[in-house]
Ligand binder design. Sequence first.
Ligand SMILES: *Cc1c(COP(=O)(O)O)cnc(C)c1O
Length: 352
Amino acid sequence: MKFIQADVLKQKPTDESKLGFGKIFTDYMFTMKYKVGQGWYDAQIEPHRPIAFDLATTVFHYAQGIFEGLKAFKNEKGEIRVFRPEENFKRMNRSAVRMCIPEIDEKLVLEGLFELLKIEKDWIPTSPGTALYIRPSIVATNVALGVHAGTEYLFFIILSPVGSYYAHGLAPTRLLVEDFYTRATVGGTGEAKCIANYAVSLRAGEEAAKKGFDQVLWLDANEKKYVEEVGSMNMFFVIDGEVITPMLTGSILPGITRKSCIELLKANGYKVSERKISIDEVIEAQAAGKLDEAFGTGTAAVISPVGMMEYKGRDYVVNNNEMGKITKWLYDTITGIQTGRLADTHNWVVKL
Ligand SMILES: *Cc1c(COP(=O)(O)O)cnc(C)c1O
């Protein structure tokens, strides 16, 4: 693979407790271009730097873009560990089909990622709770104002050493159950990891933040009745010993952390249901003292306990605003497998 050396390397962060999330980027990135009639070409590793685009570039106007998010870790032996990367590129191709973006060769981009990670190994933080966040993306780069699928694309992978996703770390989050705004509809793009889904979600997120909430809990678009997911996380509830997560209906993002949790819970004898769950069922369970735990799952925060939900002006506290047992077990198990502290019982980690 072609490698273009940077003239100067950046200063690496010295204090891993101050990384934040997605603010610092490494020296190099992987890129690859696409042209109709030619296919994907020019796969290479080059310095991460600003690149100029014409202001009539398709993605700026019509949001034809998709992305992924995954993490790499490094153990004491200096071994690089990547969590389920094949799953991310498989999902990226499903998102690509939905958004009329040409599919990528999953093997080729995995190789590109692994080579990039080997070059950037010294950027992988090792303190508890930190990781190297990996952001693959594809955007339409041809210059045209007509509303059509792009004819040229850029695939890129950029890397960012990160700490906790939330400034308050693993403290239970406060969710506002959103009963007006909609994130996604069945038949829309909810199950694709496309950039426009996030633009759509910002307004509700901002209003919730102003009222002191961490995230919005989305309900289904049609009836505003069934729980869908949280900002960038899938949602789980533990009710009366049953672990419940909303089934994938087409408007919910099929999270890889969600899938990993389901597999872990099932392998360890928990009763797990993927089904429709209404917000009324959650609230009734809380009133009856049967809502044992609630948590979100996603690559960035891994597992995020929910301590409180507000719905139609009323507050519902979950588990005394404390992290529940299953929530903690999942967090410890997944982060343990990721970092190598625990055995990789499901063969999820690619070691470099
Ligand atoms: C990425 C994402 C998730 C979590 O998916 P993971 O694969 O677990 O990181 C959940 N919801 C939305 C809307 C997302 O974009």
